[in-house]
Design a protein around this ligand. Structure first.
Ligand code: SER
Length: 627
């Protein structure tokens, strides 16, 4: 089957079960500051899973565009892509396990309305339970799966696996249904029950795997093969999450008021298995890009030693086309940089295939045509997308030409390319480290990776200091979210001094519309309790809806009032002091700062610490978000 056929069958199938079809949301999440890109179908659905009424009812189905930035470096194997579509169906407090698993099985195996997969090739994983968090084993799903397989005359035996390591010890053992621990069969945005933050919903899940009979187990991935083995014999094609719990405290979960289902299945993978392709790049929407590359390069994908390069370009260009169409153009900004990397890596790999530059834009029309029916906006904006890609190609080519001169100079002088040399290529010529490494390899030389990383770290430190300076004078980006994070940063600073002590001083701050990052003097790792106290302090100030105001005064006056902030002589005569709270509510924060800030803390949302780590000696770093 072709991709469009699989997508259509899925949407039609669930529509016939009373689901309303919704269009894909943008790759750029609108109200979710937790991630840069939409990375799963459920992301736009979170408010409804938490109980908000969906305007279209309690049964929803869609195909959502997704981008997983963290996978960029991984592309090249037979099954990963950065961009993909996730087929999703949701029960928002409507049906539960029985209907979900039965419908899914019907969709996967039915020849008329579904994909017609051979049920013998399907393997199932389920949640083993988690004693520490008092979360039960999902025996219900197992019973349902057994009876579904039985209808196909397949006896489905269950196997207790537990951890992934254990899986490679025991292997398949003639089983069809496998119990794994929470690292494999629990789903929440924050990971396992232990990792997820308080207040986050989650639940046990049941995954379906497809077995490729032409792929032999590769012992490099573990002694024996099992569904969660990474050797390529099994491919995960769908995940039914039974979103029914919310974490109330560490080790304590309660049932959500409504039981939900969140199903997600990769469209490309589902398409691949309809053809029994263990290589996802053989499906129509990727294969057609590869064919165009074959024309340009004269090489054949199947026998190419550079198969990896064909895959990287096909994946990256498709990803870049969809990103640009959603308004993310190549740049050095947080999102734009990913598009830049997609294009620049593609150019490099095109060169490895012997394709001259300026051919990549030619692939845009292939992508646009593939998706003409479903995403007409891509088709309609293809000229603009081509221009963007072409202009990025030109920029990179210029950088490359200049950089190559520099590279040759370095390679003549140095036996092993030094960290400094590689770093200069990186900063002044935009050479990703891997490019320098690849080029060096062509000359039979190595690059000092450790030294490069050290240079990189020093550079980060410097830019952080630069960002601090900007911060002292005021906030650089005054968009709505950044301003909120700015005020939250003041609250965090106050909370740290309150919880950890007056020795805490701001050492750095960096704000984006997605998160805040704050460095401060303190020598020990924060305990869970301290983190919780800090969150409670900040959220308390938010819940009390405190007014935020400022007044201008001399540095001396600010000091006398007990304001925190950096007292530096380069400040002008008068400084601004921002105050959170007032006489009637009590003042929780007084800080010298250029602003701007929100008018009232009630606007901020919920504050959550995402990460706490060492930044340098005696300095800790917190990353936090507003939800
Ligand atoms: N949320 C689940 C996932 O992303 C299912 O949609 O895998």
């Amino acid at each position: 089957m072709k991709t469009a056929e699989v997508r259509k069958r899925y949407l039609d199938f669930f529509a016939s079960k009373g689901h309303r079809i919704v269009p894909s949301a943008s790759l750029v999440p609108t109200d979710d500051p937790t991630t840069l890109f939409t990375g799963s179908g459920m992301q736009p659905m979170v408010p409804y899973l938490l109980g908000e009424d969906h305007p279209l009812g309690s049964r929803i189905v869609d195909s959502q565009k997704c981008f997983r930035a963290e996978d960029i470096e991984e592309i090249g194997d037979n099954r990963h892509t950065t961009f993909f579509e996730m087929l999703g169906n949701w029960s928002l407090g409507d049906y539960f396990k029985e209907e979900q698993l039965s419908w899914l099985f019907e969709f996967l195996t039915d020849k008329e309305a579904g994909l017609g997969l051979d049920p013998e090739r399907l393997y199932i994983t389920v949640f083993h339970g988690d004693k520490n968090n008092d979360l039960p084993k999902d025996t219900e799903s197992v019973e349902i799966w057994k009876s579904l397989f039985k209808q196909k005359n397949i006896e489905a035996n269950e196997v207790e696996v537990g951890t992934e390591e254990n899986g490679s010890e025991i292997g398949l053992e003639g089983g069809r249904i496998f119990y794994y621990d929470a690292s494999k069969n629990w789903w929440s945005r924050g990971g396992t029950p232990d990792d997820m933050p308080v207040g986050e919903p989650g639940g046990p899940d049941s995954e379906v795997f497809y077995e490729f009979q032409d792929v032999e187990h590769d012992p490099a991935f573990g002694k024996k093969c099992h569904p969660n083995c990474d050797c390529g014999r099994f491919l995960e094609i769908g995940n039914s999450v039974f979103m029914q719990y919310v974490k109330k405290a560490e080790g304590h979960f309660e049932k959500l008021p409504k039981e939900n289902v969140d199903f997600g299945g990769g469209l490309e993978r589902l398409t691949a298995v309809t053809e029994d392709f263990s290589d996802i790049f053989k499906i129509d929407v990727l294969r057609s890009i590869i064919e165009r590359l074959e024309d340009h390069s004269g090489e054949r994908y199947e026998n190419s030693e550079n198969k990896n390069s064909f895959r990287v370009i096909a994946d990256h260009i498709r990803g870049a086309v969809f990103m640009i169409s959603d308004g993310v153009t190549p740049s050095n900004s947080e999102r734009g940089y990913f598009v830049r990397r997609l294009i620049r890596r593609s150019i490099r790999h095109a060169n490895l295939l012997g394709i001259e530059t300026k051919k990549l834009k030619d692939l845009v029309s292939v992508v646009a045509n593939n998706y003409r029916e479903v995403y007409p906006e891509v088709f309609e904006s293809q000229e603009w997308i081509q221009d963007e890609i072409e202009s990025e190609e030109s920029k990179f080519k210029l950088a490359l030409d200049r950089g190559l001169k520099e590279f040759r100079k370095i390679i003549e002088k140095e036996d092993k390319i030094s960290g400094k040399g590689a770093f200069k290529l990186f900063t002044t010529h935009g050479f990703p480290f891997e490019l320098t490494e690849e080029l060096a390899r062509e000359y039979g030389k190595e690059v000092d990776k450790e030294a490069f990383e050290e240079e990189y770290r020093i550079h980060q430190e410097e830019s952080r200091k630069g960002a601090d300076k900007k911060f002292k004078g005021g906030l650089g980006d005054t968009g709505e979210m950044s301003v909120k994070y700015h005020t939250a940063t003041h609250l965090l600073n106050a909370a740290l001094r309150d919880v950890l002590g007056e020795h805490v001083e701001q050492k750095g701050s960096n704000i984006t519309p997605e998160r805040l990052r704050f460095d401060f003097s303190h020598s020990e790792k924060l305990t869970e309790e301290e983190k919780k106290e800090i969150e409670t302090f900040v959220n308390g100030a938010i819940e009390r809806s405190l007014p935020v105001s400022y007044s201008e005064m001399t540095l001396e006056e600010a000091r006398a009032q007990g304001a925190v902030g950096v007292f530096e002589d380069k400040y002008e005569e008068k400084v601004r002091v921002y105050k959170i709270g007032d006489r009637s509510t009590g003042v929780v924060s007084l800080e010298i700062c250029g602003g701007p800030h929100v008018e009232n803390t009630g606007e901020l949302g919920k504050f959550r610490i995402k990460k706490e780590e060492a930044s340098s000696a005696g300095v800790r770093r917190i990353k936090a978000i507003l939800e």
